[in-house]
Design a binder for this molecule. Sequence first.
Ligand code: PMP
Length: 381
Amino acid sequence: MISKRASEFTSFIVMDVMAKVEELERKGEHIIHLEVGEPDFPTPAVITEAAIAALRNNRTRYTHALGLLELRQAICETYRQEYGVSITPDQVLVSTGTSPLLLFAMLALLDAGDEVIVSNPRYPCYQNFILAAGGSLQEILTYPEEGFQYRHTDIARKLSRRTKAIVINSPCNPTGIVMTREQMQDIARFDSAYIISDEIYHGLVYRGKAHSILEFTDKAFVINGFSKRYAMTGWRLGYLIFPRKFSAVMQRIHQNFMISANGFIQWAGIAALTQAADDVSAMVATYDERRRFMLERLAGMGFTVHVEPTGAFYVFADGRKLFADSYREAFRITEEAKVGVTPGIDFGSGGEGFLRFSYATSLENLKEGMNRLERYLERKK
Ligand code: PMP
């Protein structure tokens, strides 16, 4: 029998849309993909070259359970340079993407029934990591007009003796919104719980600056990785920064469950952190051009974007003036307009009436996608 726990894991609703996209493509239809959550750019050549060199040099063994010391040092240096914070390599764990690290952070923090606060809407996987570790999901509804940020009073009301952590994500998937310094400080003031700060979209910021939670508190677990900033989704490389007292337990968890992350890919990670800044700048400039284009076109079609998304590569557009059921609408847009989009309901009930559009595709595709969507909406009138 399948365990009760496993049967409760939720799946991405967008997978249903993607199955429909596949079916249409098999029939020879041309679909514009605005549903995808990964960079369309190739990984910068300096990174690929470093991986090839590492393979040629037989860097093909297990590494230290926490990760190569050289990579952990480079991560500490990155956080020092970008945020002025001081962390040491014994506070860093490198793994195969950030996804397993979210699970390991929950395993390190939660006893059965311990509570974790997450916003609604949010990245849909969070709830399953909490569930896997035996924790209890505590949702807080957030509002579009407030940039989907927590209200201080709502957190205060939700906190209990069992609250172990509060999850934040800036720049955010699905909203693309970047938290301000004040918003981060406000969360850091809740010092009875750990803050789990998902910083995987750091580096993809088009105006202002993203802050790390570590600027405001040490009582935090920071999730970060290479998938988005360095266009390395398929490489599977991420890291976790944690308070020093968790060093031994994180090492033990990783030794048992993973042994270590892939050795040669960690060498590529060092190249990413130390040599790929120009490549990232070029990608950021391109994303920004696409972002501005998409915002303008969506507004012209009657979508509302309440707070400007200035990070990641998503626009979370309010379509409540145009439709009510985001799941049905996403399907109709896919089938009739031939544009793949993600329904807002995928991110929780607070996302109903919204669609997530990704601009991780060429400007040419975006133009075609926006034209198709506009014609579809015209026909619907
Ligand atoms: N956090 C967020 C908010 C994400 O969007 C993603 C990827 N979609 C992840 C974490 C996981 O990324 P990875 O496992 O590739 O590091």
